[in-house]
Design a binder for this molecule. Structure first.
Ligand SMILES: NC(=O)c1ccc[n+]([C@@H]2O[C@H](COP(=O)([O-])OP(=O)(O)OC[C@H]3O[C@@H](n4cnc5c(N)ncnc54)[C@H](O)[C@@H]3O)[C@@H](O)[C@H]2O)c1
Length: 294
């Protein structure tokens, strides 16, 4: 089976492409620039360009759609760009999938829910995002699920937890803490540090893409988050346990999604998804990777 992975040059796209290769799929990467990964072929193109996406989709039975303005802060600064890439991009993927008869697995986010009305939030929780990133990610999800309903394009949307692992972008809280502590500089926690996240390892998220590709289910969304909520303070403590330095506290960062528990029970039950990497293992592995040069 041939899979087109959009955003294959990005942090999660690389993990997903590698996992799909290991699982025996033939993988084509689609991104703005050609990535360097052995055994995958590349198509350079822009998700906003309908013809580029349609041409790239030829000959593929599946499309894992991860290409996006995935940086929350960039989406806030450039909402029009986020709308074009994250919403129009999904519409172009839906049309391309329809033309070639491919199934789509979409990288959505747990942030589509907005403020929690109950916890843990399951897939029936209302979606009321209030940030350009999560608004555009939800609009993209809805465009794709509408294509499942109206155009018979099989679509699975994975509402991914906040990801970490090798290849993480430098402005993520993990990288900021580790990079500063390794240089012996103090770590500043923005806010109380008690805000929690179900940080989910990139290899576990990649496993969910593989499960969704193999599943016959479609027309549905699944939360894909690790079970444990880790506070930013716990993350800082895990980092200073290896690289001793001072921890201080600063003003909260605007735009951060409020903490809430999310349930991945449905993905476990229907996709057979099981997170395998504990936070301790995952964060130690990330520090090992960065020590080895990333
Ligand atoms: N990282 C997370 O914590 C997280 C959590 C939930 C959901 N997601 C979703 O997972 C996906 C991947 O996230 P990531 O963290 O790897 O982001 P990333 O920014 O590392 O990767 C996104 C990729 O999309 C590509 N891209 C951007 N604009 C494009 C365009 N116009 N045409 C073609 N390609 C384009 C980029 O070049 C990049 O390689 C995104 O859809 C994101 O919304 C990420």
């Amino acid at each position: 089976m041939r899979i087109l992975v959009t955003g294959a040059g990005g942090f999660l796209g690389r993990h997903v492409a590698r996992r799909l290769l290991t699982d025996g799929f033939e993988v084509t990467g689609f991104d703005l620039v050609t990535g360097s990964m052995p055994d995958i072929s590349w198509v350079e193109g822009d998700l906003r360009d309908h013809d580029a996406v349609a041409t790239a989709a030829h000959g593929h039975q599946l499309i894992c759609h991860l290409g996006a303005i995935g940086d929350v802060y960039m989406a806030a600064e450039h909402p029009a760009l986020a709308a074009q890439v994250n919403v129009v991009g999904c519409a172009n993927v839906a049309l391309a999938a329809e033309a070639v008869g491919a199934k789509v697995v979409y990288a959505s986010t747990w942030e589509v829910y907005g403020k929690a009305r109950y916890e843990p939030m399951d897939e029936n929780h209302p979606c009321a995002p209030d940030h350009p990133y999560s608004i555009t990610k939800l609009a993209g999800e809805r465009i794709l699920l509408a294509a499942d309903l109206l155009r018979r394009v099989p679509v699975i949307s994975l509402r991914l937890g906040t990801a970490y692992g090798p290849g993480l972008r430098p402005n993520s809280v993990f990288r900021v803490f580790i990079d500063k502590a390794r240089r012996g500089e103090p770590i500043t926690i923005q806010g109380s540090g008690l805000q929690g996240r179900q940080f989910t390892h990139a290899s576990d998220l990649a496993g969910a893409f593989s499960s969704a590709c193999k599943s016959d289910l479609h027309g549905d969304a699944f939360n894909v988050v690790a079970p444990e909520q880790i506070t930013i303070k716990q993350l800082a403590e895990a980092v200073v346990a290896r690289y001793p330095t001072e921890i201080s506290f600063g003003d909260p960062r605007p735009g951060d999604a409020p903490p809430a528990m999310v349930s991945a029970e449905k993905a476990g039950r229907l996709l057979g998804w099981e997170p395998l990497v504990s936070f301790e293992e995952g964060v130690a592995g990330l520090m090992d990777d960065l020590e080895g040069g990333g």
